[in-house]
Write a protein of this length. Structure first.
Length: 117
């Protein structure tokens, strides 16, 4: 599967990508079934994720770790200060979206786009 990330505004740091098959771990970064650290070299990166099983259901969480500290930085209120996004471009109201809103089924040759905000 190919993953296209939109909304990258600077060529610094890394994209931290977590793929979840297990709903109970979503969206805890570092707890995904697949965890990828991708150096940002383009404003519209295209990342190949090869270990997904066609027909299975997953959800993806991604954030732009612009300062390279491997954490999603937040302000004193707990609101993220770095861009982030989820599969299906799902958004939560007061926190992350539900797994059910971000899940998708994998098919052969699939390209999935996520816009980080």
């Amino acid at each position: 599967m190919n993953l296209k990330i939109k909304g990258v505004s600077s060529l610094s740091g890394n994209l931290m990508i977590a793929v979840y098959e297990d709903e109970s771990k979503f969206p805890k970064f570092g707890k995904g079934d697949i965890n990828i650290v991708h150096a940002v070299k383009s404003n519209n990166p295209n990342i190949k994720i090869s270990d997904l099983v066609v027909g299975n259901t997953y959800a993806i969480a991604v954030f732009h770790d612009a300062n390279g500290n491997k954490y999603l930085d937040k302000n004193f209120l707990g609101i993220p200060t770095e861009k982030y996004g989820f599969s299906n471009n799902a958004r939560g109201t007061f926190g992350p979206p539900y797994y059910s809103d971000a899940k998708f089924k994998v098919y052969s040759g699939q390209t999935l786009s996520i816009t980080i905000q």
